[in-house]
Design a protein around this ligand. Structure first.
Ligand code: CTP
Ligand code: ZN
Length: 153
């Protein structure tokens, strides 16, 4: 395939390109970033052929960089993603997401009796396991549908 054929969405000037997202997860990535389509210029490509992943999604957000907490949650649904920081059309930084051992303050425990969901100053803490995440306070495991448990900022 030539470059011309491969380019689905235009290059951005300043912002972040999240590439190599697990095919089909782009909309969940947008949910994690709190992007609802009303703000920043945004491009999304879904189920694009990829040598490494078979199919991948790409999200390009103009004028936005990501926080570590956002990258941590992204890694849970898109472990092969790469984050590219673009300035004046050049990729100035590129890094792979890393699966953290623990995510703190980014997911809400589904157990309503868990101390982290009570009116206490306790941030949620989940250990990241091979097949999901486990609350460090009450041992509740979240396997599927992680995006539904993301705390809004
Ligand atoms: N990109 C963009 N706008 C720019 C520069 C890059 O949208 N001004 C996008 C590219 O289309 C690509 C990603 O950012 O999806 C990474 O760009 P680059 O590092 O140039 O591409 P590759 O070398 O193919 O990246 P990798 O090795 O990570 O696959
Ligand atoms: Zn809990």
């Amino acid at each position: 395939m030539t470059d011309d054929q491969q380019l689905r969405v235009s290059k951005i000037k300043n912002g972040t390109v999240i590439d190599h997202i697990t095919g089909g997860q782009a909309l969940n990535v947008l949910a994690i970033l709190g992007i609802d389509g009303s703000g920043d210029a945004l491009s999304v490509a879904m189920n694009v052929p990829s040598d490494r992943l078979g199919k991948k999604d790409i999200v390009k957000v103009e004028g936005r960089e990501l926080s570590q907490a956002e990258v941590d949650v992204l890694s849970l649904i898109a472990p092969a993603a790469s984050i590219n920081i673009v300035r004046e059309y050049d990729v100035v930084e590129k890094h792979r997401v890393e699966r953290p051992e623990v995510v703190e303050g980014v997911l809400e425990c589904p157990n309503h009796n868990c101390i982290s969901t009570k009116d206490e100053p306790v941030d949620s803490r989940f250990a990241v396991t091979d097949d999901g995440v486990r609350c460090e306070y009450c041992e509740t495991i979240i396997r599927d549908d992680l995006p539904a448990h993301i705390l809004v900022e």
